[in-house]
Design a binder for this molecule. Structure first.
Ligand code: FAD
Length: 469
């Protein structure tokens, strides 16, 4: 059949990976079409992920601090939250960013086609708009960036009181008692928000650790803090049944810390992971291999799928499902598609839980180093010895660097504390540059900052530290 639109580059999905790929391809002179089923660009991250969650976490931080400053002699009245105003503020931030993306697409003459895209064959995608209208787009090269969606638990009944992260970010109201199923980054960030807004929070996690990707000693200061704030944290415990009742969602638990009797919650947030959209895009018609879990297979460091002129990036190709990974892969794919010798060869991708305190890690964790039998050394700097942390009233943090014992190069880091997410970037850079402990320790860091804790941790490893504070 014929095509309604033809292009050199087709990008399927307008999340961080997709819009980056589309913009880069257009900048490199490719005539580019971007297909998106939602009414705004930006994907999960801008619409229902990174950005709205960070806006609400900012509000949470202000609320928590307004109470905590009591200790330093400042007394605010109990804050009143205007939930409608907060929601509107959050929505404004999102629409400013997604609107900005539309502008950038126009500037670059990237043609946005609205609707659900499906491959018909290796050179055609059919796009079905909301009104049912179909558009066939013929392409020379394509980038698949169709992302992921929240996993739903089949035994939990459909009910407005059961929500996923998208529902939680809508901020419909503040439930009195809320259960968060899943102690990963997304669940715990939402717990941080709703706890600050006044909900009584219970977290239930199957595994023995919260934020399972990070070292236990890095997570501990965070756990100590939320233990005081939350109603319950149920580790190595599973939800086995959820029943909708008039008074709330009645939840039955099983496992190590399971409450004996079923508990009733006003809201249940399911945050048990995300699943790729690979099975929903007609990949088989294009000769693009998708694995059992729905991940599109990528076969080289230029982000090619099993069909050499079709590339794939972001959440849909595998872990870690993070926006900054999608962005870098998107840039690589667009450059490779336009013939440049670009490769995705990042040594490390940092992870951050924007909880309070934040938890951030990059490269090998100490637990991984042990498990892999690596010969490693570490430098640990407790924030109780940081003048800046003390003067912010937040001394619970810790900075830990992991070094290769042979050449003293930094190979990993874990940081817990306020702004840990900002601090981890320095270590990511150090790892990419092959820096050793002396490189970091001898770099003059501004005083007094939390960034000094990175240099101090390196000096702790070197054994050259002379003074603290
Ligand atoms: P997505 O952002 O998932 O975008 C895919 C796009 O493709 C979507 O717009 C979708 O509508 C569209 N699409 C899918 N199928 C089709 C189709 N067939 N036709 C047309 N369009 C289609 N990551 C971070 O790095 N930092 C954070 O702080 C962070 N916070 C998060 C908070 C939450 C609550 C959630 C849910 C996620 C968070 N993430 C965070 C993860 C981050 O959002 C994702 O890693 C990132 O959005 C992945 O980008 P992507 O381009 O691969 O796909």
């Amino acid at each position: 059949g014929g095509a309604d639109v033809t292009c050199e580059m087709l990008v399927l999905g307008a999340g961080p990976g997709g819009y980056t790929a589309a913009f880069r391809a257009a900048d490199l002179g490719m005539q580019t079409v971007l297909i998106e089923r939602w009414s705004t660009l930006g994907g999960v991250c801008l619409n229902v992920g990174c950005i709205p969650s960070k806006a609400l976490l900012h509000a949470a931080k202000v609320l928590d601090e307004s109470e905590e400053v009591n200790e330093i002699g400042i007394d605010f009245k109990k804050p009143k939250v205007d939930i409608d105003k907060l929601r509107t503020w959050k929505e404004k931030i999102v629409s400013r960013l997604t609107g900005g993306l539309s502008g950038l697409a126009k500037q670059r003459k990237v043609q946005v086609v609205s609707g659900v895209g499906k491959f018909l064959d290796p050179n055609h995608v059919e796009v079905t708009a909301e009104d049912g209208k179909k558009t066939v787009v013929k392409f020379d090269k394509a980038v698949i960036a169709a992302g992921s969606e929240a996993v739903h638990l089949p035994f939990i009944p459909e009910d407005p009181r059961v929500i996923d992260s998208t529902g939680a970010l809508e901020l419909a109201d503040v439930p009195k008692r809320m259960l968060v199923i899943g102690g990963g980054i997304i669940g715990l960030e939402m717990a941080t928000v709703y706890s600050a807004l006044g909900s009584k929070i219970t977290v239930v996690e199957m595994l023995p650790n919260l934020v399972a990707g990070a070292d236990k000693d890095i997570v501990k200061p965070y756990t100590n803090r939320i233990k005081k704030k939350y109603e319950a944290i149920l580790m190595e415990t599973r939800v086995t049944a959820v029943e909708a009742t008039k008074s709330g969602m009645k939840v039955t638990f099983e496992g190590k810390q399971a409450p004996e009797k079923p508990q009733v919650y006003d809201r249940v947030l399911v945050a048990v992971g995300r699943t790729p959209n690979g099975k929903l895009i007609g990949a088989e018609n294009a000769g693009v291999a998708v694995d059992k879990s729905g991940f599109v297979q990528v076969v080289d460091s230029q982000m090619r799928t099993t069909q050499p002129h079709i590339f794939a990036i972001g959440d849909i190709i595998g872990q870690p499902m993070l926006a900054h990974k999608a962005v870098h892969e998107g840039k690589t794919a667009a450059e490779a598609a336009s013939g440049l010798p670009s490769h995705f060869d990042a040594r490390v991708i940092p992870s951050v839980a924007y909880t309070d305190p934040e938890i951030a890690w990059v490269g090998v964790t100490e637990e991984e180093a042990k498990a892999q039998g690596l010969k490693y050394g570490k430098g640990v700097f407790p924030w109780a010895a940081s003048g800046r942390a003390l003067s912010m009233g937040r001394e619970e943090g810790m900075t830990k660097l992991i070094f290769d014992e042979k050449n003293e190069r930094v190979i990993g880091a874990g940081i817990v504390g306020i702004n840990a997410g900002e601090l981890i970037a320095e270590v990511a850079h150090a790892i990419e540059m092959g820096s050793n402990a002396a490189d970091i320790g001898l770099t003059v860091h501004p005083h007094p900052t939390l960034s000094e804790t990175v240099a101090m941790a390196a000096e702790m490893f070197e054994g050259t530290i002379t003074d603290l504070y």
